[in-house]
Write a protein that binds this ligand. Structure first.
Ligand SMILES: Nc1ncnc2c1ncn2[C@@H]1O[C@H](COP(=O)(O)OP(=O)(O)O)[C@@H](O)[C@H]1O
Ligand SMILES: [Mg+2]
Length: 150
């Protein structure tokens, strides 16, 4: 049975809250579940979301690329783990939780703009939809949609 729940709750800080608000939330509520090259990822017991924390100030650009991609590529949202909130500097980001699942990865249809195509970035959301949880590494929109910018 899935460990994911059908509720995000709304106990995490709202968009553009201070980094301190997210830092306190992570310290009080969260447990580490993963780490990449740029971000550490935390989960909250019984909740259907994770908090990503940039490892260095310069890594906040990863979170911003993920946020702006989520906001911009609306037609791809069905295959992107949803982004719920982020801190004012971009140091923290709150994302829908998925269960990383190697079986799900074989047929995953990546958005054209995503460059990091590792199986560990794909899994199943609560509703069993297969989604991407790391979409911070992206091509320039100019390379993906040449005609728009020609
Ligand atoms: N939304 C999520 N749900 C569940 N696990 C996640 C989620 N986001 C990230 N993870 C786990 O944490 C790892 C590191 O997160 P990731 O976003 O890939 O960081 P980085 O940008 O540093 O590579 C992922 O490979 C994945 O295993
Ligand atoms: Mg990654």
């Amino acid at each position: 049975m899935s460990s994911l729940l059908d509720s995000t709750g709304n106990d995490f800080p709202e968009k553009y809250s201070t980094d301190k608000a997210f830092e306190d939330f992570v310290a009080e509520e969260c447990e580490p579940i993963g780490k990449g090259t740029s971000r550490e990822v935390f989960s909250v017991k019984g909740k259907n979301y994770v908090v990503k924390k940039a490892l260095k100030e310069s890594d906040t650009t990863c979170n911003w690329r993920e946020v702006t991609s989520y906001l911009n590529y609306v037609e791809d949202r069905y295959r992107l783990a949803q982004i719920h909130s982020w801190s004012e500097s971009g140091m923290y980001l709150v994302m829908e939780k998925i269960e990383v699942d190697s079986v799900a990865t074989s047929s995953f249809d990546y958005p054209a703009w995503v460059t990091d195509r590792k199986p560990t970035n794909i899994g199943r959301a609560y509703d069993k939809t297969i989604k991407l949880c790391d979409y911070a590494s992206i091509k320039s929109p100019d390379l993906v949609y040449k005609s728009e910018f020609a």
